[in-house]
Design a protein. Structure first.
Ligand SMILES: NC(=O)c1ccc[n+]([C@@H]2O[C@H](COP(=O)([O-])OP(=O)(O)OC[C@H]3O[C@@H](n4cnc5c(N)ncnc54)[C@H](OP(=O)(O)O)[C@@H]3O)[C@@H](O)[C@H]2O)c1
Length: 323
């Protein structure tokens, strides 16, 4: 009863505060936005959207031909004649090389205001089948390739007392899934990285967003599908497939609003709410709603976990039968 008496007024105050003070999106006009993985998929769409907001955009990836093609698309999205669009070919997991390239692009284009880490890739399979090469590729692209660019920009952001950092995780940053043992471990690591630097950088007016894309129709997703075990395909079907521009738009909007998590769709909302734990928050109303719905959501999650395990068991029985 006492809890209810405290909760209701607090809820009303939080509601009024949220309604009266809508979040102001940060402005990207003439700001320098760097997008790793900007030559394809979600990263390319994030770069296009940043160009549409008047930003000077630098995209980073390895393949020069794809970079050149993406650069043209981004240039076509510019709203002003003086916007600078650049493409840099470098492996984000090469610490020295990425750091040198980020320093040199700042000299040419200007101070980086926003770093969107989108470079990454998935390889699926059963845990015992991953080779050293696959494991290193996954850790390098998904974890170190995000950490190294962050390490380069953080001292500058701290000095300037402004900046935005986006890390692109995945729904499997929050839940393990059949076939994703190594990829998911890397994406879980990004959550730890994002939460830690969020706390470190908040006093410096530097914002951190962890994007959690669902299955998204991109060239990378097509490649990933070639390695998916049957179990992973069947479990993933429940979530549907989103378009890269939808995911990129939400990523940009959340980052510019200063939100910590960026997710798309109802399933992702449920998953993020379930796994919210000690994550940072920006909105008291959201915390109040989460504290009420977490219990029932746990029941819903148990239902899904059970149905996923049933799929895995059914596949196991079929494999045993066909032996
Ligand atoms: N698509 C999905 O369903 C989905 C779901 C959840 C999370 N995500 C995450 O979202 C991000 C973008 O995925 P996407 O589907 O848009 O992939 P994508 O279409 O394959 O694009 C990946 C980009 O990253 C670049 N890249 C990869 N490794 C790199 C490296 N070592 N150094 C520099 N650049 C590198 C690629 O270019 P180069 O190969 O030329 O270097 C490309 O520009 C990834 O982190 C992915 O894990 C995707």
């Amino acid at each position: 009863m006492i809890i209810l008496l405290l909760f209701v007024p607090l809820f009303i105050v939080a509601l009024i505060k949220t309604l009266l003070t809508p979040k102001k999106l940060k402005n990207l006009d003439k700001k320098h936005v760097v997008v790793t993985g900007g030559s394809s998929g979600i990263g390319k769409h994030a770069a296009i959207l940043a160009a549409r907001k008047g930003a000077n955009v630098t995209i980073i990836a390895r393949n020069s031909d794809r970079l050149a093609a993406a650069k043209k698309e981004i240039e076509a999205a510019c709203i002003g004649k003086d916007q600078l669009i650049s493409a840099v070919s470098v492996d984000v997991s090469n610490r020295k090389a990425i750091s040198n390239e980020l320093d040199s692009i700042e000299d040419k284009v200007g101070p980086i205001y926003m770093l969107i880490n989108c470079a990454g890739m998935a390889i699926c399979g059963n845990v015992e089948d991953f080779t050293d090469k696959d494991i290193n590729t996954l850790i390098n692209a998904n974890y170190l390739g995000c950490l190294y660019p962050i390490q380069n920009v953080v001292p500058k952001f701290k000095q300037r007392k402004e900046g935005i950092i986006v890390l692109t995780g995945s729904q499997v940053s929050l839940m393990g899934m059949y076939g994703y043992s190594i990829y998911s471990s890397c994406k879980f690591a990004l959550r730890g990285l994002a939460e830690s630097i969020h706390m470190e950088l908040k006093p410096y007016n530097v914002f951190v967003t962890l994007s959690l894309p669902p299955d998204t129709d991109t060239p990378g997703f097509e490649t990933e599908n070639k390695t998916k075990p049957q179990e992973t395909i069947l479990i993933s079907q429940a979530g549907g497939l989103y378009q890269a521009d939808t995911v990129a738009e939400k990523l940009l909007q959340d980052a510019l609003a200063g939100n910590f998590f960026s997710y798309v769709g109802f399933d992702s909302y449920v998953l993020t709410t379930l796994c919210v734990g000690m994550s940072p928050f920006t909105n008291l109303l959201e915390v109040m709603i989460q504290s009420v719905i977490l219990g029932p959501l746990r029941l819903m999650a148990a239902y899904y976990t059970n149905s996923f395990e049933k799929i895995v068991h059914k596949c196991y029985l079929e494999k045993e039968k066909n032996k």
